[in-house]
Ligand binder design. Structure first.
Ligand SMILES: [Fe+2]
Ligand SMILES: [Fe+2]
Length: 148
């Protein structure tokens, strides 16, 4: 299992949302070395709490951004977010209750859901958000000849 690296091909063209994705990836990377045992490392829970917070903030801001940009599939995207959040929350709750968690499965699940989501679903809204960008990015789009 490898550590995850944020790469430019994961960019959704927004410093704020890219920053959230990087924070989520940092959490997964922090989780990675703690998962060799049986998921009983007491350091796992604080990381899961942080991940839950980041995921909540990020999903909510991303949904606002999609709506603002007029992305037509934002509701379906929000449903994916809701399902992902449920998984994060239920895993965190299991750990909180001291239930045994298959640590490697936990990591693989989170990695697959979150990274596949960023690379697959998140990039679908980029054509919409890119044309509804804030001032500095709009200047860039004008200079590249893609004025709106
Ligand atoms: Fe995202
Ligand atoms: Fe998303």
């Amino acid at each position: 299992m490898r550590f995850i690296e944020w790469t430019a091909d994961m960019s959704v063209g927004s410093d704020a949302l890219d920053g959230h994705h990087r924070m989520i990836i940092d959490c997964l990377n922090a989780l990675h070395p703690l998962l060799d045992a049986e998921g009983r490392d007491p350091r796992i829970l604080p990381v899961m709490n942080t991940l839950e917070d980041f995921v909540l903030v990020h999903f909510s801001e991303e949904e606002q951004e999609m709506k603002r940009a007029g992305y037509p599939d934002w509701r379906a995207h929000k449903e994916l977010h809701d399902r992902m959040y449920d998984v994060v929350f239920s895993l965190k709750s299991d750990i909180e209750r001291g239930e045994s968690v298959d640590a490697r499965r936990l990591f693989e699940l989170l990695q697959n859901w979150l990274i596949t989501h960023i690379l697959g679903e998140d990039r679908k809204y980029v054509p919409y958000t890119a044309t509804h960008a804030t001032a500095p990015v709009a200047q860039w789009t004008r200079s590249s000849g893609r004025d709106r």
